[in-house]
Design a binder for this molecule. Structure first.
Ligand code: ADP
Ligand code: ZN
Length: 742
């Protein structure tokens, strides 16, 4: 008999077996079959280039039978199958990664191809020109719309930076179209981060001496990394307690063992300081992965990660889909942050999915926060997550005391927003050489423009939101869709000249007031509107750190993670903003945000102080903040959630039906409600108008399905959708399992 590998032996794969399933990064429910040409060897997990229609795209060879075939699928006519073009030169996806993609597709009720797309979208166009700057979509949409412009916008919709030539190529337009969009502010130019160092991080580069609590937490994490088994931790420490230094020890351990680490951050583009800190500890910066990294660089990191050569990645939520060769540790910094929830395309919560990934990879995972989400706090209380507590600040200073300023009794005069007592405290702080931060989570000059003559309020033509005045830019803007118009001279409704008045404050208006009160002080507004984008923002943050600013006026942009050594006091202009919209997460979000903002103060030698201007000093959230009693807040909030059958004590799925025609959208939502499978385990509520009823000209209706914990809500929704009428025309149905609002 012939030897198995001798030339005349039968091929290992008989010809009829040389057909494989390839999952493509598109919204199709199942993988497609392709023929493997003679002489090519492919295996499950290989990334391949295949033809689809008239173009070629990347796909992944998928386990057969993993994706359901449609009921009406015809038997495959092998002779007519298209051949795989070539294998792509990148390490194959591991079985764990394939399992992860399938798991997310299942859980979120999305076609697996859409999840694969999250993993592959780094490298849709390899081999582009070397450019030092890239372009990225801003919130602004052009007043002049052409097909070519729409193509560019569609190509850049994912928010990632591309080199200019690359953007033009992807959209199939000439580079001058891209230039025109830059001139109109629709695209912004971004300086690409410098090339990462080639050396690997050194676990012993600069090992700090840890405080006992830090050392204890670090030891637990290190032991778990050594163990190499799945274990979630909650690193629960007050702001400034040195959580980062503690978890760096776990990173060092992973590096020593040759395993990879993923550090997720909510706002990576602003965490320059974090990267520097990493470099001080490990000698080099970690690989950065976020929307301001060029496609070319992402391609390189993707390959390095897959080959196991890149040992630490710090990134935004999309980094969760990188194909790590051997992931040993995941850290989710500021795990409570709402930015971890992706609300379009595949709706997923990066923190929850990180836990799933850690389980599939046998990795240690630590969620890190001073104000854990209610979900995480409940998991820690039940012992599912091991709590590692860091109760004291590293510098020995106290967490600032919060003092209420009762706006009903000691508020400022009409048309002003800084209460006299707050102004006094600011004056004292600045005179003593300290910095003060005024916090107001409202961009622009005024959130509403009103006609004094007829009462008309200026609304966005295509959203259910008011237009916000931006005085620096001299226009009214919609924060939902980016629509902008010049500030009109007369009321658009009654045409009365000079009757329009700005209502309420935004940071620009607060700046105006502070400049009048403190003419000598150096002021700086920090919001995402800062002209010059991320680069400028980094420069301003540095100026603040260096003490070149006396008074900072900022939105939630300054609340997160920054370390301002000279900041002695914080004034929250409107502590009530987030409360009382009937949003069940309002209390949690307000508590977290205000606690974080206050935590910016007094991180170093100076004792910090924080003032809350409020009309509701008796509200339990304000009381817990003022008393510095975190547990009181969690106890109460957890009890409320349990009592009211809200997450994490129940589960929700939201179906958002949207369309350009309100009646059609509502009718479709009703039709969906009518065909929901009956079971006494699930209650379907609605349809009702979605929290944002109109966005970009699309009317939105929402259905909520509620069930007990432990019920397979994804399977229920999948069955529901299988029997539901198709959404036609402009209608669209989005599925959000575990929605943020319910
Ligand atoms: P958190 O992340 O808990 O808010 P950080 O990790 O930012 O706190 O630590 C607060 C400050 O204390 C930082 O400036 C950090 O460099 C410093 N720090 C923390 N632990 C140590 C340590 N063991 N040795 C030296 N400096 C430390
Ligand atoms: Zn709008």
């Amino acid at each position: 008999p012939a030897m198995p590998n001798s030339p005349d032996s039968p091929p290992l794969f008989p010809p009829r077996e040389r057909v494989v399933d390839v999952l493509l990064p598109v919204a199709i429910g199942s993988a497609y079959s392709y023929r493997v040409p003679d002489g090519m060897e492919v295996a499950v997990g290989d990334i391949v280039v295949v033809p689809l229609g008239t173009r070629n795209m990347l796909g992944c060879v998928w386990p057969r039978g993993d994706t359901p075939k449609p009921a009406d699928a015809k038997p495959v006519d092998r002779a007519r199958l298209k051949p795989i073009q070539r294998r792509y030169d990148v390490s194959p996806l591991k079985a764990e990664m394939i399992a992860f993609i399938n798991w997310i597709a299942d859980y979120t009720v999305t076609p697996p191809g859409m999840v694969l797309r999250l993993a592959l979208r780094h490298d849709e166009s390899a081999g582009l020109a070397r450019e030092r700057t890239g372009v990225r979509l801003t919130d602004h949409r052009p007043e002049r719309r052409t097909r070519a412009r729409e193509k560019v916008i569609a190509a850049l919709e994912d928010g990632f930076v591309r080199a200019k030539s690359e953007a033009a190529k992807e959209a199939g337009v000439s580079p001058s179209v891209v230039d025109g969009l830059i001139d109109d502010g629709v695209l912004e130019t971004v300086v690409l981060p410098p090339e990462p160092a080639a050396e690997a991080p050194d676990p012993d580069h600069a090992v700090p001496a840890l405080l006992p609590a830090q050392a204890q937490a670090a030891a637990r994490l290190v032991a778990s990394v050594k163990d190499g088994t799945f274990q979630p931790f909650l690193v629960d420490g007050v702001t400034g307690s040195g959580k980062t230094e503690a978890y760096f020890e776990a990173v060092a351990q992973a590096i020593r063992q040759g395993r990879q680490t993923l550090i997720l951050m909510p706002e990576i583009a602003l965490t320059q300081a974090f990267l520097d800190r990493f470099a001080r500890r490990f000698g080099v910066r970690p690989a950065e992965w976020h929307s301001a990294v060029s496609t070319r660089r992402r391609g390189r990191i993707f390959r390095g990660v897959a080959a196991g050569e890149v040992s630490v990645v710090a990134g935004a939520r999309s980094a969760l889909f990188l194909p790590f060769a051997d992931l040993g540790l995941i850290l989710v910094d500021e795990e409570h942050d709402a930015a971890y929830k992706q609300e379009d395309g595949v709706h997923y919560h990066a923190r929850d999915m990180a836990v799933v990934r850690a389980r599939l990879e046998g990795a240690t995972i630590a969620l890190v926060s001073a104000t854990p989400s209610i979900e995480t706090e409940v998991n820690a209380r039940r012992g599912r997550y091991v709590r590692l507590a860091l109760p004291e600040r590293f510098a020995g200073t106290k967490v600032p005391r919060l003092e209420p300023i009762d706006l009903r009794r000691e508020g400022p005069p009409r048309g002003q927003w800084i209460a006299p007592r707050l102004a006094q405290e600011m004056a004292r702080t600045v005179e003593a050489g300290g910095q003060a931060l005024l916090f107001l989570n409202r961009r622009g000059y005024a959130p509403l423009t009103l006609c004094r003559a007829c009462g008309h309020r200026i609304r966005c033509p295509s959203c259910s939101s008011w237009l916000v005045e931006h005085r620096f830019r001299r226009r009214l803007e919609c924060h939902q869709c980016g629509y902008a118009m010049p500030v009109p001279n007369e009321c658009p409704n009654c045409h009365e000249p000079n009757a329009l008045i700005p209502c309420g404050p935004g940071v620009e208006r607060l700046h105006e007031e502070a400049a009048k009160l403190f003419p000598q002080a150096r002021l700086q507004v920090l919001s995402s509107d800062l002209a010059g984008g991320v680069e400028r923002l980094r420069a301003e943050l540095k100026a603040i750190e260096d003490g070149e600013v006396d008074i900072i006026i900022g939105t939630q942009l300054v609340a997160k993670g920054h370390n301002f050594p000279g900041l002695a006091m914080v004034g929250v202009i409107d502590a009530d903003v987030g409360l009382g919209h009937g949003d069940p997460r309002a209390a949690e979000r307000t508590f977290q945000l205000l606690h974080q903002v206050a935590g910016r103060a007094g991180r170093h030698e100076v004792e910090g102080r924080a003032f809350l201007q409020t009309y509701m000093p008796d509200h339990p959230v304000m009381q817990a903040l003022v008393a510095g009693d975190r547990d009181a807040f969690y106890d109460r909030e957890i009890a409320i959630r349990e009592e009211a059958h809200l997450p994490p004590f129940a589960r929700f799925a939201a179906l958002i039906v949207s369309g350009t025609d309100a009646h059609a959208a509502q009718a479709h939502a009703r039709a969906l409600a009518a065909c929901s499978p009956f079971t006494d385990k699930v209650r379907v509520l609605g349809p009702a108008e979605a929290p944002l009823a109109l966005i970009r000209g699309r009317h939105r209706y929402r259905l909520l399905a509620r069930c007990e914990r432990g019920f397979d809500l994804s399977a229920y929704v999948r069955a529901w959708m299988a029997g539901a009428p198709r959404a036609r025309g402009s209608l669209k149905v989005e599925i959000d399992i575990d929605p943020q609002s319910f």
